[in-house]
Design a protein around this ligand. Structure first.
Ligand code: DX5
Ligand code: ZN
Length: 233
């Protein structure tokens, strides 16, 4: 049965790790990024916060540009900012390869996604925990990446919301139904325990901040703790 086969395939997918530099030591950001690259990270996740869409303020395109000089890893910018369409070109010029905007922050989401693609970048959308998947129904075929937030955005180090496992499963089913190649990524509270549960639910990219950069054994040990041998769940 094709349905069963694709379910099996997705569960055996190689899971990718996207360390979130929000949890890194900002005084040594270049070294931290390079250490993540050497340890086998697949991309870097850059959390951009504006103090309006989320209560916290982090950093902007200047830091993205600086990181672009020190690592070959793809950079994905997770824009937790109001009116993200105003800043797309700046993040593209700074070196982001993927831009993720929040559904809740972009009134004309279809246009925003088209603008990201017109800049030659991969387009992603993030959903807050309370936002239902159905709100993406009309644009899901346009997405390169769907980010399911497993915490309320704004801070690192929060607890994984277990109720989001069912949302990850439903997102996986939605993508499988139309054979969409869009990546399914999860963000927030991912550690050795929650990583396997999120992957079993269908996530193929795990954003991890605290459990990578604050691991007492260092970044390579952190990645080993999160990924089983070969990265297959
Ligand atoms: C939350 C951010 C996350 C966060 C992840 O607003 O989008 O990317 O930094 O950090 P941990 O892994 O510590 O939850
Ligand atoms: Zn993030």
């Amino acid at each position: 049965m094709p349905g069963r086969q694709s379910e099996g395939e997705c569960r055996m997918k190689q899971v990718k790790i996207a360390p979130s530099i929000l949890a890194a030591d900002f005084a040594r950001l270049g070294e931290e990024a390079q250490a993540a690259e050497q340890a086998g990270a697949d991309r870097l996740h850059l959390d951009i916060m504006d103090g309006r869409f989320v209560p916290n303020i982090s950093f902007g395109p200047v830091v993205v540009r600086a990181l672009r000089q020190v690592t070959r890893l793809p950079l994905e910018a997770h824009l937790m900012i109001a009116e993200p369409e105003r800043y797309l070109a700046e993040f593209a010029q700074a070196g982001a390869g993927t831009i993720i905007v929040h559904q809740e922050a972009s009134l004309h989401l279809e246009r925003t996604l088209s603008q990201i693609k017109a800049l030659g970048l991969r387009a992603g959308v993030a959903l807050n925990p309370a936002t239902p998947l159905v709100l993406l129904e009309e644009v899901i075929a346009e997405l390169d990446l769907l980010l399911i937030m497993t915490v309320n955005p704004g801070f690192g180090g929060q607890k994984f919301i277990t109720g989001m496992l069912s949302k990850i499963e439903r997102a996986r089913a939605l993508l499988a139904k139309d054979s969409l190649s869009c990546e399914l990524e999860v963000d927030g509270g991912i550690n050795a325990q929650t990583a396997s549960r999120a992957a079993a639910a269908g996530a193929e990219v795990l954003v991890i901040g605290t459990a990578v950069f604050k691991h007492p054994g260092g970044i390579p040990a952190a990645l080993r703790a999160v990924l089983p041998a070969g990265g297959r769940f």
